[in-house]
Design a protein around this ligand. Structure first.
Ligand code: NIG
Ligand code: FE
Length: 422
């Protein structure tokens, strides 16, 4: 965007600016083993026409004083289950008391409980809840997020969820993407393969009727199998859709090589992934999306995250925001969990929340990094990057710019924008 007088805007004099390594500016993803090459040096970010225009403020720029602050690209939440209806705090109490997720699911809780809540809620109620959450995400630095269906559990219910996801995205400041999680729980009255027939029947009109560009499946004993995953991969290819998969969350089913062979863009969760399957991901066009919030809330195993990073896998982090396994909106909190649980560096966590997360959503050519020509989605943080994981629970976000426009500014930082005439 331009400053008050139509000139370029400079975020000037920041203590740290997170940038890609020299020569990697046009890359659309980076192996996690290269995260140490990201730089965090003092500097400026110049914005013009909604895009990053350079890194040296000149006298013609409107200036936002960023002394003492850190500048990051906007955070990308590449795995959420928005929109959904209500919450499931009662189940959390059961889990804390020792009930396993599978037991809660088999007793009609879990995904089925959220499906009932979604069916009972009006469109307006669902959208009100989702918009409030998107606002909370914005204040925690999320400038792009994924939506998923999956609580519809019928063809009409799934199409409604996908329509609501599209309406949500068109009414919030963030960029959004829509994923059709058409195989989440097996709907009552169906076998998994009968439901997959129903899914196949929906795909002819999915693109025309919804904003979905991606298919997803939950592979687990209480959900779908590796065979269903292979079939979903064939369907995705046939309909020009991206494939993603929830795998290895509660138990290992050896699903990672299956998902890679099926052409998946990402394998998500991986808490129970055996280290033997890491070579299948290293060098593949498939990211490991790790969800430490769900791991923490569900007291899950920890994925082989250090080993995945060291093997050069493209890794991303996300909230998995949903009413069951991860009622968490804050990506700074997710960074804190990842650093502690995985033994990752701050730069590893930040790479996984920006460029690589944008790659999972197919958007990293245009966002996810501070490089000339990418969208000016920029966060101003009130602390050094090293404090993001360390001050666990602190929201470091002082201001959020989307396409160069200040979309949220914390009260104690308003003066910086007022000085620039914004
Ligand atoms: O990503 N794993 C499956 N799906 C969700 C949880 C869904 C739910 O319990 O509502 C997840 O964790
Ligand atoms: Fe999920």
């Amino acid at each position: 965007m331009s400053g008050a007088s139509g000139t370029a805007l400079a975020l000037a004099g920041a203590s740290e600016v997170l940038r890609l390594p020299a020569g990697a500016e046009t890359l659309e993803r980076l192996a996690q083993s290269r995260a140490g090459e990201l730089t965090l040096e003092p500097g400026d970010v110049v914005i013009d026409g909604g895009l990053i225009a350079g890194f040296q403020a000149d006298s013609g720029c409107a200036r936002v004083d960023c002394r003492g602050l850190t500048l990051l690209p906007g955070l990308v939440d590449c795995h959420t289950h928005l929109p959904f209806a209500g919450w499931r705090a009662d189940e959390y109490a059961l889990k804390v008391a020792g009930a396993p997720y599978e037991e809660i699911a088999r007793a009609g809780g879990g995904i089925r409980a959220s499906a009932r809540a979604l069916a009972a809620a009006s469109d307006l109620r669902v959208l009100e809840q989702a918009r409030a959450l998107a606002g909370e995400m914005l204040r925690h630095g999320t400038t792009t997020f994924e939506c998923k269906s999956g609580y519809g559990l019928s063809a009409d219910g799934e199409l409604r969820a996908l329509r609501l996801a599209g309406e949500l995205i068109s009414s919030v400041p963030q960029v959004g993407t829509v994923t059709a999680l058409l195989a989440h729980a097996v709907p009552d009255g169906y076998s998994a393969s009968d439901w997959m027939d129903e899914v196949e029947g929906m795909l002819g009109t999915l693109r025309a009727q919804t904003a979905a560009d991606t298919l997803d499946i939950f592979v687990e004993s209480v959900a779908f199998s590796n065979d269903d995953l292979v079939r979903m991969g064939r369907l995705a290819r046939a309909h020009g859709l991206t494939l993603r998969a929830h795998v290895e969350q509660l138990e290992s089913h050896g699903s990672v090589p299956v998902a890679v062979a099926a052409g998946a863009r990402s394998v998500d969760h991986l808490s129970c992934m055996p280290a033997d399957d890491i070579p299948a991901l290293a060098g593949a066009d498939c990211a490991a999306v790790l969800l430490p919030g769900a791991e923490f809330i569900g007291s899950e195993h920890t994925p082989p995250a250090r080993e995945l990073a060291d093997a050069g896998v493209v890794c991303a982090l996300a909230t998995d925001l949903n009413p069951g396994t991860s009622p968490i909106v804050s990506l700074p909190l997710i960074a804190g969990l990842a650093v502690r649980r995985y033994g990752w560096t701050v730069k590893e966590a930040l790479l996984a929340l920006t460029l690589n997360a944008a790659w999972v959503l197919g958007r990293s050519h245009e966002l996810g990094a501070l490089t000339v020509g990418r969208r000016a989605d920029v966060l101003l943080l009130d602390c050094p990057a090293s404090h993001v994981p360390y001050r666990f629970g602190h929201n470091p976000v002082a201001a959020v710019l989307i396409a160069g426009r200040p979309m949220w500014v914390r009260n104690d930082h308003r003066w910086r924008f007022a000085e620039a005439g914004l």
